[in-house]
Design a protein around this ligand. Sequence first.
Ligand code: HEM
Length: 387
Amino acid sequence: MFVFDPYSPEMDSNPFPAYETLREQYPCMWSEQARMWILSRYDDIANAVQDWQTYSSAKGNMMDELPGRTGFTLGSTDPPRHDRLRALIMGAFTKKSLEYLAEPARKLARQTIDEFAPKRTFDFVTDFSSRVTVGTLFLMMGLPDEDHTTVRRRVLLMIQSDKATRQKGPEHIEAFQTLVDYVRGQVAKRRLAPKDDLITKLIESEIDGDRLAENEIVMTSMTLIMAGVESLSSFMSMMALNMHDFPDARRKVIANPELMAPAIEESLRYNTSAQRFRRVLMRDVELHGQRMRAGDFVCLCYGSGNRDPRKFPNPDVYDVERRPQGHLGFGGGKHLCLGTAMARLVTETAMREFFARIPEYGLTIDKLNWTSSTTFRSPTSLPFAIQ
Ligand code: HEM
């Protein structure tokens, strides 16, 4: 009997064999362990993200939700509330409005490489990806540099779940609440003394007299911190790992830097850091002979849809020239990742600097450790030696 358990360690380290079984044999499966339906085929997921009236985000989009987020963030609201929130925020996330981040991201990448390159060994996660992404995000949000480590530690805790009880444990909830208090404090400081940063922009943003409420500002800032600290940093690490595992692809990109942008899209398809999100059903739905009921939770397995051979031929091949149209690495529909332009910009800038200095590198351990999360996927560390 096939069991799909997003809490099992195999799902952190290598979910792809289970995804294949799901797609081929159980495309709409009730998971007793996750207590939700699992959709794994590309077309079913792509259809669900478009049909937000049926597949609602109003009860949260993380596989294990955190208390207090639902209803206040983009990812946990439906239109019209979602559209209103998104309109008030999206101005800060267009490609044009993010250009100012390219130079600082480049500088940060150079600085960090200068620090570790002479040692000839380094940890890509702690020495590079997290420092560049958290540094860029902090600059954008106007957060103090000295808070990097504690904020990152709390984010990494709050995205995890207790494997034994299959839900958030007290330590995960406490990390989340401590971070909420921290962000609330930062918002209060900006109210007294506005700065030229994103938190101040959220406080001041206004359309036709409409403004964000206090909790919306705090929870939106929390989402941005979580995305910048976890999704972006993990994605960059995953891309470095793909390029390690497929040295010919890496050499192709280094020889032809024009391929960096398509390589980023292929990495998002092949191995996205944001693997699984959930929705709640607003009506009964019949799919592949199963009857899902209104009120049931449904998991959209983006990481599986991205490996569906019905959509992407030879899906297990990492091909930096594939240019995978419509991949689900950033989700889709109304909830398409707000940070797409930022993620692409920071990743491209940092990885160009990285490959210019470190074209050849190898893992110094045989077995990787993976973050324990039902939503995200990332190695906890990537110890590399420069070759
Ligand atoms: C490569 C890095 C990233 C990946 C793989 C990623 C992935 C995703 C995915 C899959 C979703 C859809 C969630 C759902 O369907 O419920 C999403 C939503 C979102 N992401 Fe990202 N993300 C990344 C980086 C970022 C960054 C850097 C930011 C901002 C700082 C960001 C902000 C958001 C927000 C606010 C949403 C909610 C959008 C909405 O519901 O309207 N993301 N992201």
